[in-house]
Design a protein around this ligand. Structure first.
Ligand SMILES: Nc1ncnc2c1ncn2[C@@H]1O[C@H](COP(=O)(O)OP(=O)(O)OP(=O)(O)O)[C@@H](O)[C@H]1O
Ligand SMILES: [Mg+2]
Length: 368
């Protein structure tokens, strides 16, 4: 299967007055597993349908393998789409479902048989060819939908929330299978999900979308470690946001002042002064009876809540007027705190990321 690239340039799309995609720019490499991640209504499906050719943009260009396909109808794009509800034909067997697209393309029967067999083998359903969809589990039906799309050998595979109808356990299993299948085929794939964990565990890169705008594109780790704004920081995991003021210093560092921790020496790429916010992950916060770590800046806090999650305990700690989340690794015999306990809350400034507060305020204003 030949690998192709995909590129969106300045794509905009509206339904009437409602702008649902704003200036979308994307470059997806050949064989890449790319995720579109965002909340409900952010424009993920609209963009996917646009790539498939079911939606038309008002402006901008879409290129597949370097060719502008903006005016090419869906059936001539060599793009395969697996829809969220997978829409199998209930009256047809698995084999007939998978063969359907190939028959429409009027391929010789022997070739169809061979391709169907290969596709079913690939998804591990060779022994289920004679069954009907109603005789399959949800995960198996999902794989039939995938086999049906793979059988037509598309250059680009588009998956719209393909795992959303499965139970939690099957979902996790299927996402691993999907990932290894994609690796095996090397097919350029765009995967839509609103589940951050699903996107992070499967994708090479992710575009985080909100309100029709791509907020950030990056590898899962880059998004997690270096979110560009509050929305991305919140969407790809839990985060503590602390408001304060920033004063730029030299060498990409700055002093951040906030009521709870006082002055912190933080890394900052923007080096603007004024109102700002620092973002820090819950597991980067330390909890202790005494101020024992040297990397941390400490503040006194009160345990407000405790949630035990097995691998770690999630504490909500009130320090000053701010509630912090502090995730502490759990093992037998480790220090455990109870609601009402007075604790020392440690923040390692080196692990904090400075976000411009103006951005957060603008977003809030926009949302209301
Ligand atoms: N056919 C349509 N006519 C008018 N508005 C539409 C149409 N389809 C989608 N929209 C609007 O476009 C916006 C984006 O919808 P879209 O389906 O792309 O969101 P999504 O990110 O896929 O959300 P979800 O996670 O819920 O599937 C929404 O505000 C939606 O109401
Ligand atoms: Mg959708």
């Amino acid at each position: 299967m030949n690998k192709v690239s995909l590129e969106a340039r300045n794509i905009a799309m509206s339904y009437g007055k409602n702008v649902v995609l704003k200036d979308i720019n994307l470059v997806i490499g050949p064989g890449e597993f790319f995720a579109l991640l965002g909340p409900s209504g952010s424009g993920k499906s609209t963009l996917l349908r646009l790539i498939a050719g079911f939606n038309a943009a008002q402006s901008g260009q879409l290129l597949i393998d370097g060719h502008d396909v903006s005016n090419v109808p869906p059936w001539r794009r060599n793009v395969g789409m697996v829809f969220q509800n997978y829409a199998l034909w209930p009256h047809m067997t698995v084999r007939q479902n998978v063969a359907f697209g190939l028959e429409e393309r009027k391929l010789p029967k022997a070739q169809i048989d061979a391709k169907v067999r290969a596709a079913l083998e690939l998804v591990g359903l060779a022994d289920y060819a004679a069954r009907r969809p109603s005789q399959l589990s949800g995960g198996q039906q999902q794989r039939v939908a995938l086999a049906r799309t793979i059988a037509i050998e598309p250059q680009v595979l588009l998956l719209d929330e393909p795992l959303s109808n499965l139970d939690a356990k099957l979902r996790v299993q299927m996402r691993t299978e999907l990932r290894s299948l994609q690796r095996k085929l090397g097919i350029t794939t765009i995967f839509v999900t609103h589940d951050q964990e699903e996107a992070m565990t499967t994708a090479d890169r992710i575009a985080v979308m909100d309100q029709g705008v791509i907020q950030q594109i990056g590898t899962p780790m880059a998004l997690y470690d270096e979110p560009v704004n509050r929305f991305v920081a919140n969407f790809v995991g839990s985060i503590n946001l602390v408001r304060g003021r920033i004063e730029p210093a030299a060498n990409g560092r700055a002093t951040f002042r906030c009521p709870v921790f006082g002055a912190l020496d933080v890394p900052d790429g923007t080096l603007r002064s004024g109102d700002a916010e620092i973002a820090i992950r819950p597991h980067a916060m330390a909890l202790s009876r005494t101020r024992e770590g040297t990397r941390q800046t400490w503040a006194e806090g009160l345990i407000a809540e405790r949630e035990f999650l097995g691998e770690f305990v999630r504490y909500t700690v009130k320090a000053g007027e701010t509630l912090f989340i502090a995730d502490q690794a759990h093992y037998k015999g480790c220090a455990v705190y109870a609601p009402g306990d007075v604790v020392q809350l440690g923040l390692d400034p080196a692990l904090a990321r400075v976000l411009p507060a103006a951005d957060a305020d603008a977003r809030e204003a926009h949302a209301h």
